[in-house]
Design a protein around this ligand. Sequence first.
Ligand code: MN
Length: 253
Amino acid sequence: MCSPKPLIGITCSTGVSPDWAASSPGQPQDYAFRNYSRAVEAAGGIPLLLPVPRDPDTGIGMLSALDGLLLAGGADVSPRFYEEEPVVGIGEVDAARDVFEIALTRKAVEAGMPVLGICRGIQLMAVAMGGSLYQDIYAQAQGCLQHNQKAPKDVNTHRVTLETGSCLRELIGTSPVWVNSNHHQAVKRIPPGFQVCARAGDGIIEGIERPGAGFLVGVQWHPEGPWQYDPSSRRLFEGLVRECVAWRRKPET
Ligand code: MN
């Protein structure tokens, strides 16, 4: 008696909330901006937030309830997960979230579950699958564009060119497209078996995917920002939902 709509897990950022009582100062919290869940819901999926668990095995247990995984944006991925030490320009990292999401991503990939990575999510996907990152593009990729836009998140500010024949190009249906941008890191070495499917004008990798192996797509922009009026953004969530429905059906038939 399962729902016809796929359950899509959305990873959370972590933080410390303000005091909620004088006797209980800041409390750890897991959260995701509502745009992610609204975009998934509007595309026909059922969004579920995935808190960072104490034990990574608990996180693996979460997967059994899901039809798909959305790796959301957030803090920098710790460079120790791609065998580098931090450079001066690195931002805040959250190793507990990294450990959880790396395990989750590898298990999802193993199961053939559809995965969409957004911003930090494309970076996490790359690292989990054996790639590496620019820790700070402004220090390490000279001459790059402004990728930390000052405009609101629902405004698209730079172009990306989508690779002809790629899954992402098929999904969005046109190229180039304008996207928003709020990142100072980017994929440097793509993981084995993956290909670049989107680049900014400065050469920065804005999309990766693994061809011929289900739906494993990462984008460096934030399609959940302008989804309400931007068809290209909506198509990403609709594509994820379609793939999740198709994937869920397979084990049952
Ligand atoms: Mn960008």
